[in-house]
Every structure is written in C-alpha cells, then in structure tokens.
Design a protein around this ligand. Structure first.
Ligand code: ADP
Length: 402
C-alpha cells in the first residue's frame, strides 16, 4: 500500500509518498507561498532531479490539487491513478489531552481537533485545512491524524502540572503538553534497535535540536518528561525562541519597552533564542562561522544554547535515576559536530564520554561515544514522515498503533 503524508503549515505544505510494503520513499515535495503571489511546488521523485512549477494556488485545496497532479505526473509521478493511494497521514500539532496515539480521522476526531484550536491557534487551523482539502479531493481515502503531542501524554502529573492555580489547568487546559513527539518516539525506537536492547529496558534522553528544539526523558519507551511546555516556547534556547525565562520578564519587558501582547509574543517566539543573543542569525552554521571569526556574541549564543541542553540532560538523568543513552537528532543534532562535542564535553563523572573521532559524522546512525562510556551517545537522523506513514498504514490495515 502507498501512503501520502501531508504536513500542512499556514502558507506551506510538505508531502511524501511512501510504499509501505517496504517503507520506501517514492517522492517528496514542498509547496510554498500558498495564497500569495508566486506560489510554487517543488517535487522530487526519488532518484530524479527536482521539478519546480510556479503556479497560482489560492488556498490549501488548490495546493493539494497540485500535489495530486505532481504525484500522478507522467514523468515525475509515482502513481498512475489516485486509487493507488491507500491512505493519507496528516501531521497534526495539537491533540490536547484527547489522544495519546494516532487515530483514524472521523467526524468526531475532526471536531475534537477543532476544539484544540485555542491551544494551537497557529498550527491546528492549517492542519485542518489540509484535512478538509484531502476530504474534498479524495473523499473515499481513509485518513489518519498523527499528533506532535501524543507521545508525551504518558508524562506523570508532576511533570506536566505548572505551579499556578490548579483551576487554570481544569478550566483552560494550561499544562505541559510537549511537542516533536513523533520525532522523539522515532529516534527512541531506532536507538533501541541500534543498541539491540528492548525499549522496555532502556532509559533514554532524546535531544531534538533543530530550529525548534526539545529534550525528552523516555523511560521504558514512555515519555516521562519533556522540555517544551504548554506551547513550543518553553525549554531549550532555540533558533528564535527564548526557551525558559523568568515569567516576570514578560510583564517587565512589556512595561519598559511599551509592548502590546502580540509584540511581546513575537519577540519571544521570533526575535529571541540564539538570534536574539547573537544579533546575527538563527542558523547555527552562521553562528559557528561568526564565532570562528571571533564574534563574541555568536560565541555567547552557542555557549548559552549548549549550557541549556546540558542542564536538561543532567535534570533528566536525575529524574530517571540514570540513563542508558543520549540520542541526538534534527538539523543541529545530526550535523553539529562541534555542538555535540561541547554538550557532551567533561561529563565523564556522569558516565558520558564522547569519542571525538567517531563524533566527526553527519546525518548517519552512529554510536559516537567511547567503548568505556557508561551512557552511550547516539546520532539518529529523524524521520517524522516515515513515522506518520507507519502509523497510518498500521491503523488502516487494522494492525493498530502503540
Ligand atoms: P526545523 O525542521 O526545526 O526547521 P532542522 O531540523 O532542519 O529545523 O534544523 C535546522 C537547524 O540545523 C539550523 O539552525 C541549522 O543551522 C542547523 N544545521 C543544519 N546543518 C548544520 C551543520 N552542518 N552544522 C551546524 N548546524 C547545522
């Protein structure tokens, strides 16, 4: 069976077609500038050159219409007719406390996701637009929703309850939810395979270090804590997000800088993080280059970032009373040789000994710790789309998901 994976943002959309008989990626693509001038679809059939088409796409339905044309294209397509697509898997950001695993999209599920919009006002609406468009264009094809929050639903209350009046949790659902769940789950499962140990016997710390970044503590395959919170703003320092700060800074900053709520939100989400500290870029490659040229604020941004990752690793080792492996993934986690080195440096007393030679690797599943490192350090490229396709396939074929 072939599965179409859709990850819909407000003005962009990523897609893949995977053949689930052997989990092979057949094609992938990206639609950008939906509803704007210069809408463009970039499509890539595995093993062929990219194919780019600039064509007006006034909404998500038009965008998905072009995706369906691209995947059926005579030259660049991977299917002859839509009947070959057995199911669609949609990435959905927020399922609140409603779902702790992926689900078949029914009217009831759709309604529940609409109810989660206040929790993810920027993310759930475009995810739902993607579902609407597919429903209209391929009404008979079953669809599955795979949630960023689901994997973290196993956290115990002491990890997810904030110390604010309890009624805010009851009335407004204010609690830690966590995000990047599909990625944390995927790399944890891969790490267990690489170590050849059952997930049920492992304590893992997974570090998803991309533009957005989060760390999770995973004990016996279940997430028991994660650094992102009520929104993806909490936790690690990120490309443009502040991560943890004293909440009093928000009110003070608004007062002294005369900022309205929207502006304060924008500053914390888009102008902070390593971009805010360095004043240069949110991209770690730019920062590493500037730091190598002696730029002190770039150096500081990199140090603050690494400090926070180490802080969470230490906390999660304490929370789990030990750890078998630390897993690095996402853009920086997979490629940032120096950053991994700095994060793991001088943690020998905790049992973490990175191998500087083995660590010189990018984007490839590798154990990068020394033989005598009690806690293994592993690099695992993430693959959220494969995870979405797997859950989708398992649900529509009745195998079910964990
Ligand atoms: P997202 O999916 O959240 O947009 P990614 O997982 O693609 O993010 O990660 C993007 C980040 O990875 C960027 O900040 C980029 O600087 C970093 N990155 C990618 N390649 C490298 C590299 N070779 N060295 C250091 N950082 C890298």
């Amino acid at each position: 069976m072939k599965v179409l994976v859709i990850n819909c943002g407000s003005s962009s959309l990523k897609y893949q077609v995977l053949d689930m008989t052997n989990e092979v990626l057949e094609c992938k693509g990206l639609v950008e500038r939906i509803g704007m001038d210069g809408s463009v679809i970039t499509h890539e059939k595995t093993g062929m050159d990219k194919f780019k088409l600039v064509v007006p796409m006034e909404d998500h339905k038009a965008a998905i219409g072009h995706v369906l044309m691209a995947i059926q294209d005579e030259n660049h397509g991977v299917i002859k007719s839509m009947d070959e697509i057995g199911a669609v898997g949609h990435r959905v950001v927020h399922a609140g406390e409603k779902y702790d695993k992926s689900v078949l999209i029914t009217d009831e599920v759709y309604k529940a996701l609409e109810e989660c919009i206040p929790l993810a006002p920027l993310h759930n609406p475009p995810n739902l637009l993607g579902i609407d468009a597919c429903k209209q264009l391929m009404p008979k094809t079953p669809m599955v929703a795979v949630f960023d929050t689901a994997f973290h639903q196993t956290m115990p209350p002491e990890s997810y309850i904030y110390a604010i009046p309890y009624e805010y949790y009851e009335k407004h659902g204010i609690r830690r939810y966590g995000f990047h769940g599909t990625s944390h789950k995927y790399v944890a499962e891969r790490a267990a395979d690489i170590l050849n140990v059952s997930l049920d016997d492992l304590k893992l710390i997974t570090c998803h270090l991309g533009n957005g970044a989060s760390v999770s503590a995973i004990k016996r395959g279940k997430c028991i804590d994660t650094s992102m919170g009520f929104t993806p703003l909490e936790g690690l320092v990120m490309g443009t997000r502040s991560g943890d700060i004293d909440p009093a800074i928000v009110t003070y900053m608004r007062e002294v800088e005369n900022l309205d709520q929207g502006k304060a939100n924008e500053i914390l989400n888009k102008k902070s993080g390593v971009l805010g500290i360095s004043g240069i870029s949110s991209d770690f490659r730019d920062l590493e280059e500037a730091a190598a040229d002696g730029n002190e604020r770039a150096m500081l941004a990199l140090k603050v970032f690494a400090h926070k990752v180490r802080f969470y690793i230490g906390a999660y080792i304490a929370e789990m009373n030990g750890c078998d492996a630390i897993v690095f993934t996402a853009g920086l986690g997979e490629n940032g040789i120096d950053m991994r080195d700095v994060i793991c440096n001088d943690l020998g007393n905790l049992g973490i000994k990175i191998d500087v030679v083995k660590n010189k690797v990018r984007g490839k599943e590798t154990i990068i710790s020394r033989e005598d490192s009690k806690i293994k350090v592993i690099l695992v490229p993430t693959n959220e789309e494969l995870m979405i396709a797997r859950d989708t396939y398992n649900i529509v074929t009745g195998k079910g998901v964990k």
